[in-house]
Design a binder for this molecule. Structure first.
Ligand SMILES: Nc1ncnc2c1ncn2[C@@H]1O[C@H](COP(=O)(O)OP(=O)(O)O)[C@@H](O)[C@H]1O
Ligand SMILES: [Mg+2]
Length: 322
């Protein structure tokens, strides 16, 4: 665990200052501000349409903002596009490789795009092929690779110029679990070697692995911090129920506590009990289940998962606007 004082010594790498983007009347990103220091892994989480891609496209100076500014390694996205391109790698949500080119040809192509000197390019390509375990596939056409391998190649191409910060937009979307795990191992070892990682994801279990989590909702930041900070920010606790008839128990509990606080995860049920809720005690849960004839339930208090936290943060958010 990093201490606060250690964190302070690390230089600021991303500074997002009231960044906004509107498309006509739609506000896709709404006055977003946050800071990222060198060496962090940051997870940008939010449902579809939350504004994740728009935010990343602005930070990578692909898309001009409607308001605010952001600085990468001290350079403004408004005026220092080239300086920013030299410092960042960007794996976009769309397939950015050339399908008809081989793995090797793609790496050479991106090396040239980023102006990597020929003398250095070959060595970097060798390192990246090793690192991404794509060596045996170097003569394969990119379009013939599996989803997981395509992502590793996209990542390698984005790393060819040794960027300080790597931006990845939902890099593991649609990738099988084994490849997802491999991909994460690569990201982690990259981070250990000093690269700062900023990724968006729709998977909350992935976001939990990030040192800092930014939760975006309708273009605005709903919460930002480490998992533990987010845990402390919600007043309440989670009760986990395991029993032989989880679906029946789930329906009973949902009837009493409401759909927004009771979730079924396979054979486990989580009930988020807000500190302010009157019937919110383990005893109440026990009573409801006993009355429903469920006597085999194990009921324990557990630390809230990210899913629980967001459920709590989102509670009533959408209704407020009706
Ligand atoms: N080029 C565009 N023109 C108009 N609306 C857009 C454009 N890009 C994104 N949007 C809208 O902005 C909102 C945020 O989109 P996006 O950033 O893609 O969200 P996410 O990546 O979180 O799914 C959505 O409502 C989307 O429809
Ligand atoms: Mg997106």
């Amino acid at each position: 665990m990093e201490s606060v004082s250690e964190k302070k010594e690390k230089p600021l790498l991303i500074e997002c200052d009231n960044l906004s983007k509107s498309f006509g009347r739609l506000v896709a990103v709404d006055q977003v501000s946050f800071k990222v220091h060198e060496g962090e892994i940051v997870g940008l989480v939010g449902p579809d349409g939350a504004g994740k891609t728009t935010l990343i496209r602005m930070l990578t100076s692909v898309l001009p903002p409607s308001g605010g500014n952001a600085f990468i390694d001290g350079f403004s996205i408004l005026s220092d596009e080239q300086k920013i391109q030299d410092r960042i790698g960007y794996v976009s949500q769309q397939f950015g490789l050339y399908g008809d080119l081989t793995v090797m040809e793609n790496l050479h192509f991106f090396g040239d795009v980023f102006g990597v000197e020929n003398s250095e390019k070959n060595q970097r390509i060798e390192e990246l092929l090793e690192f991404s375990q794509l060596k045996d596939f170097k003569d394969f056409q990119a379009e013939k690779l599996s989803g997981g391998m395509k992502q590793k190649l996209s990542l390698s191409c984005a790393l060819i110029h040794r960027p300080k910060v790597l931006f990845l937009d939902e890099p593991t979307n649609g990738v099988d679990p084994v490849s997802r795990r491999d991909f994460w191992n690569i990201l982690r070892s990259l981070n250990e070697r000093g690269t700062t990682v900023f990724l968006s994801t729709a998977y909350l279990d992935e976001a939990e692995r990030c040192g800092k989590i930014i939760f975006l909702h309708k273009g605005g930041i709903l919460a930002c911090g480490t998992l533990n900070q987010l845990r402390r920010s919600v007043a309440g606790n989670v009760v986990e129920i395991k029993c032989k008839t989880p679906r029946i128990a789930f329906l009973k509990l949902r009837n009493l506590f409401g759909t927004d606080v009771v979730k079924l995860f396979g054979n486990r049920i989580h009930v988020f009990l807000f500190a302010s809720d009157t019937p919110g005690t383990i005893e109440t849960v026990e009573k409801i289940l006993t009355e429903a004839g469920i006597v085999d339930a194990s009921i324990t208090s557990v630390a809230p998962t990210l899913e629980d936290i967001f459920m709590a943060l989102m509670r009533g958010k959408d209704d407020d606007e009706v």
